[in-house]
Ligand binder design. Structure first.
Ligand code: 6PG
Length: 235
């Protein structure tokens, strides 16, 4: 089952996501003493990260208990403006008392080794057993990709935890479907009219050609937070 929240504006999407994250981090810290979250990249989450760094949320979140990971990363240095790490660092992480930050080293020349190294990090930080995130944040491209899982790509069939995506520009590292679908909570943030058709394909037709439609945690929740424009073709 997917929950769908339709908001008026991208700012309202950020507010709705911040509310959900506050609830999840509070429950996770109470239950397990830590909140393990995978952040996403792209343009959409910036508003959310800025919101989380604002006075309203900075004061109340349990930042020292957060363990921050990424759902995917582009093969650029962490200082590069295309880096998902840099986006989160600039907008959020440098403003708050988060100590445990595990970025994907996608700038490594040997991308396959970097994928294996991140898989080991997941096993050691989120184990024992299969790594389960409290929250995974995701976006969706207009082609239906999510994280760095692209339509028709071989990585969609992977049973590894982390994969190198070598044949895209830029190259990337990504969490795989088993990890996304093993999460306690997945939150998609999707805004803008250019995503509306794909939103309909995924949310109304559950069309598996689009990787975003293949994300539906078995045990966890899956919430899509949309602005009015992205939601305009769904009933
Ligand atoms: C990226 C991410 C990608 C992103 C979606 C949405 O490299 O950008 O891998 O999965 O989350 O493409 O991006 P926007 O938020 O920029 O639309």
């Amino acid at each position: 089952m997917r929950d769908i929240i339709i908001c008026e504006t991208p700012d309202d999407v950020a507010d709705a996501a911040a509310d959900l994250i506050f609830e999840s981090q509070t429950q996770a810290v109470a239950a397990r003493g830590a909140y393990r979250v995978a952040l996403c990249g792209g343009a959409t989450p910036r508003l959310l990260y800025e919101r989380l760094a604002s006075d309203e949320w900075r004061e109340v979140m349990n930042w020292p208990e957060w363990e921050v990971f990424w759902s995917d990363e582009r093969a650029v240095s962490p200082e590069h403006t295309d880096s998902h790490y840099r986006l989160a660092y600039d907008a959020l992480l440098r403003e708050v008392a988060v100590q445990n930050v595990w970025r994907m080293r996608a700038e490594a020349a040997a991308l396959g080794e970097a994928a294996d190294e991140y898989a080991r990090t997941l096993r050691s930080r989120l184990g024992p057993g299969f790594p389960v995130f409290d929250t995974i944040l995701l976006g969706m491209g207009s082609d239906g990709h999510t994280a760095s899982l692209f339509p028709g790509h071989r990585v969609l069939d992977s049973s590894a935890l982390v994969e190198a995506v070598e044949d895209m520009t830029p190259r990337r590292l990504t969490l795989t479907l088993p990890v996304l679908n093993g999460a306690r909570q997945v939150i998609f943030l999707v805004t803008g009219a250019e995503k509306a058709e794909r939103v309909r394909d995924v949310l109304e037709h559950n069309d598996p050609r689009f990787p975003a439609a293949q994300v539906l945690p078995e045990e966890g929740t899956c919430t899509w937070i949309l602005d009015h424009e992205a939601a305009r073709l769904i009933r």
